[in-house]
Design a binder for this molecule. Structure first.
Ligand code: NI
Length: 166
């Protein structure tokens, strides 16, 4: 396995729209495993392929306390969204920034697992937020884009300063 490089906002590659995975083969499973290792090492609770500059519809998530419940979503689609709720979000591509975002409270998602089998999951709480956040990445969207233009430019400046300071 390998640790992959995570793109940082406002890298324009984060705005790429991911394509569906045609076949869950060994190469895709290797990518899934590398993404999981990258997420755990960061550490984070979710990672979309977009963030490692691979523009395929793949997400890995682990919201468990002991970090032993990996969930893989390949070609995820939201079948239903129920209610709305505000939640504080962060992102491995926007380190150090945490902001409130309003999203659906509960969602029903259909996807393929690491073996290419279809499953449907009803998610609420942090898992629901995380899935919606990661699906946004696949659509080329970063969570800060929900914030006011003023906040967005402040965050951009902060991120660019951080890069120059390295
Ligand atoms: Ni993110």
């Amino acid at each position: 396995m390998a640790i992959l490089n995570i793109l940082n906002y406002p890298d324009p590659r984060l705005y790429t729209v991911a394509k569906p995975v045609k076949e869950v083969n060994k190469a895709i499973q290797r990518l899934v495993d590398d993404m999981a290792e990258t997420m755990y090492q960061a550490p984070g609770i979710g990672l979309a392929a977009t963030q490692v500059d691979v523009h395929l519809q793949i997400i890995v998530i682990d919201v468990s306390e002991d970090k032993n419940r990996l969930q893989v979503f390949i070609n995820p689609t939201v079948k239903a969204s129920i209610g709305s709720r505000e939640f504080e979000e962060g992102c491995l591509s926007v380190p150090g920034i945490y902001e409130q975002v309003t999203r659906a409270e509960k969602i029903i998602v259909e996807a393929l697992d690491r073996d290419g089998n279809v499953f449907v999951i009803e998610a609420e709480g942090i898992l629901s937020v995380c899935i919606q956040h990661e699906i946004d990445h696949l659509l080329g969207k970063v969570f800060v884009q929900y914030l006011s233009p003023l906040k967005q430019s402040r965050i951009k400046n902060k991120m660019q300063k951080r890069v120059r300071g390295r």
